[in-house]
Design a protein around this ligand. Structure first.
Ligand code: ADP
Length: 270
């Protein structure tokens, strides 16, 4: 009996050792993946910057006039280089998120001003797509402490998605309102909408709703995962979607102020 007991204990110890070794190997592979992601996304930026600069020189006619067909070719290069640039930035952000190296630079600012700024910067994109972009500020100003660049990134991302999944003639509204506990930003579109089974999943990295209409517009499936990290980890806020297929979506971001010492209290309602 004693030897059987010793035997099974040894077997168990052996199995445990093997599990630990497998775990160690998996962690190492995961670390290598993160390192690979960081290196690749970083290294891709240098040649891409050169491509963009060269295309810009042509576009600006610094090397002479272009005929219509050459102009068309240059604008294809620029569009796709910009797209690649955004995807590489997403990968870089993902690698920072995975390694816990996403750093935030909080400073005092005005969320109403940020919303105005963002809507102006996208006005051309929206005009080209023939989608109305409405800015609905329910407060004059919303002073708060936040990471300006990162929250701008969230709004740009939500508004770019809204434009991507809304057809011509549609409407997108960027709304800012005050809530009891802080401030609320909404991006509402009249686009294709989402079924409730996807509401949570679209905020996971690489998740894209599988359908030819969404797949055909491209993207990495990282944007919303990055938005979620910025809002929740960087600002102790919340982000979620309310939607119905064929009716459009509302992406909602709430940022606490009272419960969050990093954010200053907003002005009392005027
Ligand atoms: P990407 O846009 O690069 O695919 P995101 O993380 O930004 O990645 O979005 C994930 C998925 O969520 C999209 O592929 C799409 O299926 C869905 N989605 C995001 N925004 C909208 C929207 N405004 N309307 C409908 N579906 C959306």
């Amino acid at each position: 009996l004693m030897s059987r007991w010793v035997g099974s204990t040894l077997e168990r110890q052996d199995a445990l050792n093997r599990l630990e070794e497998a775990c160690r190997q998996l962690k190492e592979v995961n670390r290598l993946k993160d390192e690979f992601l960081a290196t690749v996304s970083h290294e891709f930026r240098t040649p891409l910057t050169a491509i963009k600069a060269a295309a810009w020189i042509l576009e600006q006619r610094l090397e002479g006039e272009l005929n219509a067909s050459q102009q068309g070719i240059v604008s294809i290069v620029i569009t796709h280089a910009d797209h690649l640039h955004r995807m590489i930035n997403d990968l870089l952000d993902l690698s920072k998120m995975e390694s816990g190296e996403m750093r935030y630079k909080h400073a005092e600012g005005d969320l109403a001003r940020l919303a105005r700024e963002v809507s102006i910067s996208l006005s051309q994109l929206y005009a080209e797509k023939d989608i109305e972009l409405a800015l609905e500020l329910r407060v004059e100003s919303a002073p708060a402490t936040f990471d300006h660049d990162r929250l701008r990134q969230v709004l740009l991302n939500l508004l770019a998605n809204a434009a991507k999944f809304t057809s011509r003639g549609g409407k997108v509204t960027l709304r800012l309102l005050r809530e009891a506990a802080g401030v609320r930003l909404e991006v509402e579109d009249t686009g294709i909408g989402l079924a409730s089974e996807h509401f949570e999943k679209i905020f996971q990295k690489f998740y894209q709703v599988d359908g030819s209409s969404t797949r055909s517009v491209g993207g990495t499936g990282l944007g919303l995962a990055i938005c979620k990290a910025i809002v929740e980890e960087g600002h102790h806020g919340r982000i979620w979607v309310e939607s119905a297929v064929g009716e459009g979506s509302i992406f909602i971001v709430t940022l606490p102020t009272a419960s969050n010492p990093e954010l200053t209290a907003l002005d009392s309602p005027s």
